[in-house]
Design a protein around this ligand. Structure first.
Ligand code: NAD
Ligand code: DAU
Length: 336
């Protein structure tokens, strides 16, 4: 699998090794700013586990590795929407071209299954109701357009070469080992340090927050019991806005409301995603971690693991932070 040193990928590896000890796992990961080999420390000594430091865009390396495996699961991606707004090129390179390299190598080797980890953001902003797997893809950010581009390539390999591909479309995921740039780990680590929690615009955009353990189990269910050629939504079914996330984090840490700070909105900010998960549920999967509990446990994890995240909040992290976060009156520039 690729991208296994990241947030969701490393949870998937830890779960797979615990639940399926008969499986061998090879992780290919470039270790970008978001990848952290220490996320795999709990399995590093397991004989059936192997880590390879490398890029999914490296065709020669991918060809060599893929000839040794039966199943490919692709987590590798640039994953932060705000970074895609600043510099889309790397997203197209990794998320689209990298997926093509994996597909092409898998086609040549002939595989039992190829699972592409995608996102509910490919459906775009929806005002009402839920997105189902058959709905059109209407991505609106460079990140979601790259993920949709990867999906279209996956579909092309299914239609053209009959490859046994499965795609999962997960909602906004949180939990331990998440690089502290996404809203939940950023707000938790800022609040621990009594720093402001930067809420985009009026803070009313909603997301369906899903615990990483539930997301990884959902991917495993789709991989092992899903039908090749099908796509599966993964979500909890909630709708929580940015102000509410700030309130939950502040309450869990017993910090004052005054830490909430409204900042300039994200460009083209999608207001709402919501997915219908009946198809994955029909395979027996259910999300198990409600947001209030998951958030309390995540807060406890970040409190107990400062040695994991403190080194990440330095250097390039703050350079990006300064470029990304602007005062509310700096102009929202939101084309619709
Ligand atoms: P992450 O940013 O934490 O991890 C990405 C991993 O991919 C890192 O380990 C990184 O080093 C690796 N990587 C990046 N470019 C690479 C390359 N060229 N070659 C090899 N490895 C490379 O991301 P995440 O949050 O764990 O997301 C994993 C996947 O799930 C992504 O495909 C993302 O689009 C998707 N997803 C994420 C969420 C979410 O809320 N985090 C929700 C739905 C879907
Ligand atoms: O829905 C799935 C997607 O969820 C994944 O595909 C992406 O990889 C993942 O990053 C996530 O994307 P979002 O844009 O939803 O996540 P993020 O944490 O960046 O933002 C969540 C909401 O919080 C969104 O409405 C923007 C807002 N926000 C975000 C940050 C980082 C803030 O208000 N302040 C912030 O500092």
């Amino acid at each position: 699998m690729s991208g296994g040193a990241g947030f969701i990928g490393s949870e998937f590896v830890r779960q797979t090794i615990a639940s399926h000890p008969e499986d061998s796992v090879i992780v290919l990961d470039k270790l970008t700013y978001a990848g952290n080999v220490h996320n795999l420390d709990p399995v590093a000594e397991v004989p059936s586990f192997r880590f390879v430091h490398g890029d999914i865009c490296d065709m020669e390396l991918v060809d060599t590795l893929i000839s040794d495996v039966d199943v490919v699961v692709n987590f590798a991606a640039e994953s932060h929407v705000d970074r895609s707004l600043e510099a889309p090129g790397q997203f197209i390179q990794t998320d689209v071209f990298g997926t093509f390299v994996l597909l092409e190598a898998a086609r040549r080797a002939g595989h039992d299954r190829f699972l592409q980890v995608s996102t509910d953001e490919v459906y775009g902003d929806i005002e009402l109701g839920t997105s189902s797997e058959g709905d059109p893809l209407r991505p609106r950010s460079p990140y979601s357009a790259s993920k949709a581009g990867a999906e279209l390539m996956v579909w092309a390999y299914r239609a053209s070469y009959g490859m046994p591909v499965i795609t999962t479309r997960g909602s906004n995921t949180y939990g331990p080992y998440q690089y502290p740039e996404k809203i939940i780990p950023l707000f938790i680590t800022n609040a621990i340090d009594d720093q402001p929690l930067p809420i985009y615009g009026d803070g009313s955009a909603v997301r369906d927050y899903l615990h990483v353990a539930d997301h990884a189990r959902g991917i495993d269910t789709a991989l092992r019991t899903g039908t090749p050629g099908e796509d599966y939504n993964v979500g909890f079914g909630g709708a929580t806005n940015g102000r509410e996330i700030a309130d939950l984090v502040l309450a869990a840490l017993d910090k004052p409301d005054s830490l909430k700070q409204h900042v300039r909105d994200r460009l083209g900010h999608d207001r709402r995603y919501a997915v219908d998960t009946a198809k994955l549920r029909s395979l027996g999967w259910r999300p198990e971690v409600p947001l209030e509990r998951g958030l309390r446990e995540t807060v406890a994890w970040y409190r107990a693991n400062e040695a994991w995240w403190r080194p990440l909040k330095s250097g390039e992290f703050w350079d990006f932070y300064r470029r990304n976060y602007k005062p509310l009156d700096a102009g929202a520039a939101r084309p619709s």
